[in-house]
Design a binder for this molecule. Structure first.
Ligand code: ADP
Ligand code: ZN
Length: 534
């Protein structure tokens, strides 16, 4: 029995001003809020710091009933709820940290209509007890935060998120808003499919973080490179240094301390108290450098992180974007530096190949890795490369990344690009890089013969380059946006529209001279380098 509201519902902007004290919405917030208040579904793609929370918090206050927020970030729920309560919002959370008495209290408040927002962990959502509670309550909306967690292709798959689809089946009239800061085309398609958001309006904000300067360096003496970077550019600043392994986190943190830098380690193997203490110190103190595995950072809200260093390359551009995105949330200049070496490339490849993931998954992983390596090796503006990867137009070089500051040595790779693209075209835009290179280099493998690809015009036209060099060419073509992964994730490469003028000889392609390929060539046993040019 819902009582009729006595006062007219306040409009969204009034709530924004009265509750948050902000003068106006930012960017797409107004349109998103309007869509959800009107009862429509929304998929929101917005970078970290873009202001996603208000997109569901305001509609939850404007619409009658309680807004249910599904979030995997259990550790942050209390902080989020405390912050809302400070503003006078009736917010609560349900997760495993509450005892049954506290949980019961929250449930009672919810069904009485005494809550504006209720945060829940995804695993609780689908319990009969919680679904019953929802049946007894009036629901304003469902917000699915960190929605990329439903996708296996994202970097943070959480199987329990798949069950979020039950909400729509049970409560088809309640609007849903899914939000994420990280989604390439494939992850995006996955979110829509798995959450049944086919009818949702998509709000894709620009993913550009113009205040972040991107730099990528090949490793020569990585510790020295790190120290120089911190000392010369970020002497007093707070920053994050990501390392691939716990062992490396410990040793790099220790070494930085020996060099007089206020560094702390963070990884999942540390005692919970130590982890918490280090995190608190990083957030509250000035100028602490956190050396961490990727376990650190999700949901950490420290606006003045001035730099993020990757001592080892991350596994994908999405992960890279997400991790570097923790720098400069205050909008002031910040820097991202990635160090990568030949060994890292080999290691990342081995991980992908050695994983016992299903073949289809593995091919996707491989492509993500290729895109990342393409980013490392590109001669193009780093920002343009990232934005292209996220499906955004970026017509101008940014002027705020290393390749913009210091253009890299390139060669006219138009012929190589044409050969590589035509191999894709003639084999039907279905094959991965390995097979394409076999065709180019004229290797009559079983697969090549089986498909009759030894009869193609492109068969053997690329004998002059090594496999590694062709890999670099392909990585760069992906990085340039001439090629993309097939959307179903079968691992094939497809031409984009941008490839047509190249194939027709109307556009030249400059490729980066590839120092990594040089290194690979000299490291490959039993090969005499000079016969292969690049
Ligand atoms: P996200 O979840 O997308 O990373 P948040 O929702 O945490 O971003 O918002 C980032 C910051 O921007 C927060 O401090 C928030 O209060 C602030 N913010 C969001 N929207 C507005 C607005 N319209 N006006 C002023 N500040 C805003
Ligand atoms: Zn640039």
């Amino acid at each position: 029995p819902d009582a009729l509201p006595l006062t007219p519902t306040p409009d969204a902007r009034t709530v924004l001003r009265n509750v948050w004290g902000y003068p106006d919405f930012r960017g797409m917030q107004a349109a998103i809020v309007e869509q959800v208040i009107a009862g429509g579904d929304a998929l929101v793609l917005m970078p970290t710091g873009g202001g996603k929370s208000l997109c569901y918090q305001i509609p939850a206050l404007v619409r009658p009933g309680v807004g249910i927020v599904v979030s995997p970030l259990i550790a942050l729920m209390r902080d989020q709820v405390d912050a809302l309560r400070q503003l006078g919002v009736r917010a609560a959370y349900l997760n495993s940290t509450l005892d049954w008495r506290e949980a019961l209290e929250v449930e009672r408040a919810c069904e009485r209509g005494g809550l504006d927002l209720l945060y829940v962990a995804p695993e609780r959502l689908v319990t009969p007890r919680f679904l019953d509670l929802l049946e007894r309550s009036r629901i304003a909306l469902f917000a699915l935060d960190e929605a990329h967690c439903v996708s296996q292709w994202g970097h943070d798959f959480r199987p329990e998120y798949l069950q979020c689809s039950i909400l729509h089946e049970r409560f088809p009239d309640v609007p849903r808003i899914a939000l994420t800061a990280t989604a390439d085309a494939q992850t995006r398609a996955d979110i829509v499919e798995r959450l049944g958001l086919g009818g949702a309006e998509v709000f894709a904000a620009s993913f550009d973080r113009p205040n972040i300067t991107y730099r990528v360096q090949t490793k020569d003496n990585e510790r020295r490179q790190l120290l120089d970077f911190i000392r010369h550019r970020h002497g007093e600043d707070a920053g994050i240094v990501y390392c691939m392994s716990r062992g490396k986190v410990e040793s790099v943190a220790q070494w930085l301390r020996e060099q007089g830098i206020d560094a702390l380690p963070y990884h999942a193997g540390l005692e919970a108290e130590t982890r918490q203490a280090n995190q608190d110190r990083f957030i509250k103190a000035e100028g602490v450098v956190m050396v961490a595995t990727v376990a650190f950072g999700m949901g950490i809200d420290k606006p003045n992180v001035r730099f993020v260093v990757h001592m080892d390359p991350p596994r994908s551009l999405e992960a890279y974007y997400q991790e570097t995105g923790r720098a400069g949330r205050d909008g002031l200049p910040a820097e991202a530096l990635m160090l990568y070496g030949f060994q890292d490339v080999v290691q990342l490849r081995q991980w992908v190949e050695a994983s016992d993931a299903p073949a289809r998954h593995k091919r996707t992983e491989r492509q993500k890795l290729e895109a990342l390596l393409g980013f490392c090796e590109t001669a193009r503006c780093r920002r343009q490369t990232i934005l292209t990867y996220f499906g955004e137009e970026a017509p101008q070089p940014c002027g705020n990344c290393d390749t913009c500051f210091t253009p890299v040595a390139t060669y006219d790779g138009t012929v190589e690009a044409q050969k590589a693209l035509s191999a894709v075209y003639r084999t039907g835009q279905r094959f991965g890089v390995g097979h394409l290179i076999d065709v180019l280099r004229g290797l009559a493998t079983e697969k090549v013969v089986e498909r009759g690809h030894e009869k193609l015009k492109t068969f053997g036209v690329g004998r002059d380059l090594s496999k590694a060099e062709w890999q670099s060419v392909y990585r760069q073509l992906v990085a340039h946006g001439f090629l993309c992964a097939d959307p179903e994730g079968h691992g094939g490469l497809m031409l984009t529209e941008a490839a047509t003028p190249v194939l027709k000889g109307q556009e030249a392609v400059r490729l980066r001279k590839d120092p990594a390929a040089e290194a690979r060539r000299t490291l490959r046993p039993g090969r005499s380098g000079p016969s292969e040019r690049l």
